[in-house]
Design a protein around this ligand. Structure first.
Ligand SMILES: *Cc1c(COP(=O)(O)O)cnc(C)c1O
Length: 362
């Protein structure tokens, strides 16, 4: 045993394994492994990043005032109810630190849900409670059954990563109505921009009436800023006040703030990203099904596809990798027979589909 002492739960963490990022010929790389926006950041955002570089010797605005202002305006909410983070990962960390860090505290999440809820719960000393769902969707009834008087947080990624499924607005409302008032429901809306289902809510409209709902958003997907680390949370005054107490004074860099502000203003670029995703998600799903593969209908910027067994899924992943196409194996999400394929540009998806098709013929 080590001479260094840490929480027992920390030693129980299985480290997060990111999507692969390297292939044999990087000049031909088609990266469909991490759900990053395939257009990268917009031109105006790149300009803003360059301009912000000039003043990088100055500490950032610790309050992210201008960024919160534009986020509030664009989402029809109040800037005082926003907290910004170094990625929405940091918001998950703040929430676990603030509300689920006493021995015995429980954090409920879907067992095929985003791994970071489980990891941060353990990091802060809480006990994660993974709950089974059905049809690749978190099960509201089963999650309510898992709530005890020790439950502090319930995380629901909506759409869910990696399955791409959603809870519609009514499901969220019904679930919330049965949740004890002192349990915080965290709606992780990392992929909300991509949703086309009319019955969906990203949750912002619910926060004003429901102090135990927190909504999380990110700049890592649609806005193409994964490398800069920028995300945010929306909650009632009291929760924001608590989270701000544990937030580092300069947690979001000046460059990230400038990039976030520029990205929010570039509505034409945002629309282009959404349109490409809607079109190519539909196309990719149909083409995969035409190859005889089972595809879970997705509302995100990715789809999961079932190869029936683990060896076949892994062989296909390696076959694609040899052709410089990276997709994600999701054994870590307890879905080892599946691959998750991010929605890229049209020519990228065509090459990926051709490669999968030729793999199936081997
Ligand atoms: C990608 C992702 C995030 C975003 O993480 P960042 O730290 O903002 O990069 C959050 N939640 C889910 C479900 C995701 O898939």
């Amino acid at each position: 045993m080590s001479q260094f002492k840490t929480k027992k739960s920390v030693l129980e963490i299985s480290p997060y394994v990111p999507g692969e990022s390297k292939s044999a010929d990087m000049s031909k790389l088609i990266k469909l492994s991490s759900n990053e926006g395939p257009f990268g950041p917009s031109q105006s955002t790149i300009e803003a990043i360059k301009n912000a570089a000039i003043n990088v010797h100055r500490y950032p605005d610790g309050d992210a005032f201008e960024l919160r202002q534009i986020l509030a305006e664009k989402n029809g909410i109040n800037a005082k109810n926003i907290i910004c983070g170094a990625g929405s990962d940091e918001i998950i960390a703040f929430l676990c630190n603030a509300f689920a860090s006493q021995a015995g505290d429980e954090v409920v999440h879907y067992d095929h849900g985003f791994l970071m809820y489980n990891i941060y719960a353990k990091a802060y000393g809480a006990t994660p409670v993974p709950v089974k769902g059905h049809d690749f969707t978190a099960d509201p009834k089963a999650m309510l059954d898992a709530v005890t008087d020790k439950t502090r947080l319930v995380f629901v990624a909506n759409p869910n990563n990696p399955t791409g499924t959603i809870w519609d607005k009514q499901t969220v409302l019904d679930f919330h109505a049965k949740l004890p008032k002192d349990v915080i429901l965290v709606l992780d809306s990392a992929y909300c921009e991509y949703v086309t289902d009319a019955n969906y809510t990203n949750g912002h409209e619910l926060v004003a009436d429901h102090p135990n709902i927190v909504v999380m958003r990110t700049f890592s997907k649609l806005y193409g800023l994964g490398g800069l680390r920028l995300g945010w949370g929306h909650a009632c005054d009291e929760i924001i006040d608590i989270l701000n107490r544990i937030r580092g004074p300069f947690n979001v860099s000046s460059i990230a703030q400038a990039a976030g502000i520029a990205s929010m203003k570039d509505t034409a670029f945002i629309q282009q990203c959404v349109d490409n995703n809607t079109l190519m998600r539909d196309w990719t799903s149909k083409e995969l099904m035409a190859l005889g593969l089972k595809v879970v209908p997705s509302q995100g910027n990715f789809v999961i596809v079932d190869f029936g067994d683990e060896q076949r899924a892994e062989a296909c992943r390696l076959y694609l990798k040899e052709r410089n196409i990276l997709v994600r194996q999701i054994g870590g999400y307890a879905l080892p027979t599946f691959l998750r394929i991010s929605i890229g540009l049209e020519h990228e998806m065509k090459l990926a589909l051709e490669a999968i098709s030729s793999y199936l013929k081997t």
